[in-house]
Design a binder for this molecule. Sequence first.
Ligand SMILES: [Fe+2]
Length: 298
Amino acid sequence: MLAAEATLQATPQATKHGLAAGDAAKPERADWTIDQGWEKYTPAQHAVWKTLFERQTQLLPGRACDEFVEGMKNLPIGADEIPDFRRLSDVLMQRTGWQVVAVPGLVPDEVFFEHLANRRFPSGQFIRGADQLDYLEEPDVFHDVFGHVPMLMNPAIADYIQAYGVGGLRAKELGVLDKLARVYWYTVEFGLVQQKDGLRIYGAGIASSRTESVFALDDASPNRIAFDLERVMRTHYRIDDFQESYFVIENLDRLLELASIDFGPLYARIDGQPEFQPGDVLPTDAVISRGTGRYHQA
Ligand SMILES: [Fe+2]
């Protein structure tokens, strides 16, 4: 997630982390990393992880893409305890040259991009409370590790997310970060991929959510539309609820192609063009299934 989302999602009663917690919580290091402090997690925190892990693991067969399943299988991630980032990094480093680093929560955009550009995945150190299993405003260790890290075992995603970091630093300078952030949102966070037995989840925002991993694939309400880069760059997204539209890539190698595109001319071309609302379906869309829109109407 991006820092800008945090302010929009803020509610006063919840404990905030990282950037959302304000200046007082700013970490000592310039790159916002902290020690994971794995030894300090309590039995109750490991138990929250276990609950989340077990119910997602039950739900995801036949829903998560093959690459997610494969990545999970080869990582030291299990039900019994919150994973230790040092052990995750050992395995990831060998596979795709990535590491997982702990951060207190959301971090400023440029810090986030700088990490990604250097193949470091910033993961929230904290875990949600037992009373927040289904809804969380900020990315915690379950979202970041369970949702994102298995995909980082895949070489295409590994290169794509690094390229996103490099592109993010540039987009920030050019003042077009909102356009690029939509690409990340509709791929890395909420992407679906066509596989031989049907649509599958590869987006971490879906894979780490019990309710959305059902809604995204099975519900009649959302649109499922073939991914088109310029179209997505012009499309707003929802940060407070399920998506109204999901964009579908034909395979993960498509992301590698995206990683090698020069976005400069694209930003120029879409500058001043009309933007689309999350639920819009356009005459030019290749629609895989048109949603009823019922969920968001209600
Ligand atoms: Fe995420």
